[in-house]
Design a protein around this ligand. Structure first.
Ligand code: SF4
Length: 308
């Protein structure tokens, strides 16, 4: 775990087999202080399950979690330093509360001592996320999707996090608004030294923000490494499938579809779970689950093509 010297903050470690489907299998992850780690996979890959195990909303059947070197007990909810931002702001923001209360109440609910001037306390977070101060009196339904996303971020910031877990946090937004929110995340990272665990089905989103990425398929991490490394030298056939959705690759494919995309995600009873969709599948793939192994410095892949 980690690889950093003791004393540096490591965000958390999950080595988990979740009780609720989709099951996670042997997933191990660490996030260092100020690091931005992305998790990419399609629906049903286990991304959100992993996030929920991390914050204690789901209990893993085995494994452990640590935060800043201290073990978290099974079922223990996240520490204040770890905050989560969800995709659906309609569900995560109480429609009956004004922005003033949405942000202020979050701090009160966690027994943080609010300054006497609660309005000024909230306004500083509106400023931090680029919302006009007039928004303090608005209800969520009076705001645009991008503004609601900013409120959700402001509410998380009010709790003084070290790590933001963002579960498809920009997926519901228009592309131009997505870019604005991603720029906001980047700016906050520079200003506050925030770390991120950024979950998305979209490689483009993760590429914009993250240092390192894990590619997940049906509950397993199939490839991991730095974002730059995987974008240029992604080895796993599933990673390559995801990378083929990048605009620059579509532009150079001369209009031909990626043959792997035609496949359907289905469970393979034995062997590599990706085998039913993989054009490189061979006999060994149907019998033996490939282990995640280091194939180059800091680059790990779980594919028999890369292993003896
Ligand atoms: Fe394809 Fe086999 Fe590699 Fe799985 S292990 S991704 S089936 S080549």
């Amino acid at each position: 775990f980690g690889g950093r010297p003791p004393g540096r903050m490591a965000a958390w470690l999950g080595r988990a087999q979740a009780v609720a489907p989709p099951a996670l299998d042997g997933v191990s992850l660490s996030i260092h202080a100020g690091e931005a780690v992305g998790l990419v996979g399609e629906s049903g890959s286990g991304k959100s399950t992993l996030a929920r195990v991390a914050i204690g909303m789901l209990q893993a059947s085995s494994g452990s979690r640590t935060w800043k070197g201290l073990a978290l007990q099974p079922g223990q909810m996240r520490p204040l330093g770890m905050q989560m931002i969800f995709q659906d702001t309609h569900a995560s923001l109480n429609p009956r509360m004004r922005v003033l209360d949405l942000i202020g109440e979050a701090a009160l609910a966690h027994r943080l001592a609010l300054p006497a001037n609660r309005r000024a306390f909230v306004e500083q977070y509106l400023d931090a996320v680029g919302l006009p101060r007039a928004a303090i009196s608005a209800y969520p339904h009076q705001l645009s999707g991008g503004q609601r996303a900013r409120v959700a971020i402001a509410r998380a910031l009010a709790l003084g996090p070290d790590l933001l877990i963002c579960d498809e946090a920009v997926a519901a937004l228009d592309v131009s608004v997505q870019a604005q929110i991603l720029n906001l995340f980047q700016g906050l990272r520079r200003q506050l030294g925030l770390g991120y665990f950024f979950i998305s089905h979209d490689v483009r989103v993760v590429r914009h923000l993250c240092d390192r990425v894990l590619i997940m398929y049906r509950g397993r991490v199939v490839e991991t490494g730095s974002v730059a490394l995987l974008i240029e030298h992604g080895r796993h056939p599933y990673t390559q499938l995801l990378l083929d959705s990048l605009p620059e690759r579509i532009a150079t494919r001369s209009g031909t579809a990626n043959p792997a995309i035609a496949g359907v995600a289905e469970a393979s009873r034995e062997g590599c779970a990706f085998a039913p969709r993989c054009r490189h599948a061979h006999a060994r793939c149907l019998e033996q689950v490939p282990a995640l192994r280091e194939i180059a410095p800091t680059h790990f892949s779980a594919c028999h093509l890369d292993q003896p």
